[in-house]
Write a protein of this length. Structure first.
Length: 89
């Protein structure tokens, strides 16, 4: 399906941006990618920095896919949360 392929491409671009920009947030490390989620580990003191780093890469990664179609401009938001372990609600 086109929407799944688009999401997968955006996820891969996001991961590439995180890799390229690792120096911007050296305390954070991507450890799990599951479907449309990226789990980042870091020290609790750096959680806000890691959250901003991840959200910025997510917006830019998906924006590169969605905003390159003709003259379309799509407003994007990224959603993330800080938790002590993956799956915590």
């Amino acid at each position: 399906m086109a929407i799944q392929g688009t999401g997968a491409d955006g996820l891969k671009l996001t991961l590439a941006l995180l890799w390229e920009r690792g120096g911007e947030c050296p305390a954070a490390v991507p450890v799990i990618v599951c479907h449309d989620e990226i789990v980042i580990e870091c020290n609790a003191e750096r959680a806000a920095d890691a959250k901003a780093w991840l959200e910025g890469a997510m917006i830019e990664g998906m924006g590169a896919i969605l905003n390159n179609v003709g003259q379309t401009h799509v407003s994007l938001e990224a959603e993330s949360r800080v938790a002590s372990f993956w799956g915590k609600g």
